[in-house]
Design a protein around this ligand. Structure first.
Ligand SMILES: [Zn+2]
Length: 250
């Protein structure tokens, strides 16, 4: 009898935890302040990321009263990568969404959206994106100590990612797939797919985490689109729809 009572109390506690709305999502607009991220002809990556991230957060706050939204930044300020992960870990977040905008060197034209989860660098292409997004740590003081000797420009530094077990991998990939589907379904954008790469900010978080590349700031029509209200709204709505669908399956 006592065993049954205990089980009852346990189940009730679980239900309460769910009803209390203990779900936290951390939204991380990439770059900020002295770190512009990629720079296009008419805009900077940091501003696109922030605009879409704020719209996404607003949608979640308005439509999901059971979800707490935490931002790593809400204004144009510089936040170190490990600090972004720390904010998410401290908030005991259930999901971490980092929002970025892609770029290609020289005059290479590429179009489409990508969503990354932490993983091995299988393709040279993925390594290039990870290197570019990680290189921000060189703007931080003592980055060698902070990231345990990690050198964002050395391929060897990425080998360690191959040995890292990520228990949140399946959830991260499942959310990433939803995001990519919604980019084509909701916003009519090109879905380039889900990839794995060695992003430092994802390595340091301890919950399902993704890094989204909204499109190419280096491709004029995509840069244009990502700077319109309509484009930013559609991108935010896509991520929001993916979030709802992902959370409902949990
Ligand atoms: Zn970026």
């Amino acid at each position: 009898m006592r065993g049954i009572m205990r089980l009852f109390v346990f189940v009730a506690a679980l239900l309460c935890a769910q009803l209390a709305g203990a779900y936290t999502v951390v939204i991380d607009p990439g770059h900020g302040g002295k770190d512009s991220g990629a720079v296009g002809k008419i805009s900077k990556e940091k501003n696109i990321n922030l605009a879409v991230a704020l719209k996404l957060g607003e949608m979640i706050e308005k439509n999901c009263p059971d979800v707490k939204v935490v931002y790593t930044r809400k204004t144009d300020v510089f936040i170190e990568l490990h600090q972004r992960a720390h904010i998410a870990n401290k908030a005991k977040a259930d999901l971490f969404i980092s929002v970025h905008t892609n770029a290609m060197p020289k005059k290479i034209i590429r179009r489409g959206t990508e969503t990354y989860t932490l993983g091995m660098h299988r393709a040279a292409d993925n390594l290039a994106v990870a290197k570019r997004e990680n290189s921000v740590i060189t703007l931080e003081s003592n980055y060698e100590q902070k990231y345990e000797g990690f050198d964002p420009n050395s391929s060897e530094s990425y080998i360690i990612f191959e040995f890292m077990q990520d228990q949140n991998m399946a959830s991260s990939v499942s959310f990433a797939k939803e995001v990519q589907q919604q980019f084509s379904r909701t916003a009519g954008r090109i879905n380039k797919g889900v990839f794995q790469a060695g992003f430092l900010v994802l390595r340091e978080t301890s919950m399902p985490s993704v890094l989204i590349e909204l499109g190419y700031i280096s491709t004029p029509d995509e840069e244009q689109y990502l700077n319109t209200q309509k484009g930013q709204q559609a991108m935010a709505e896509s991520i929001f729809n993916a979030f709802k669908s992902y959370k409902n399956k949990k």
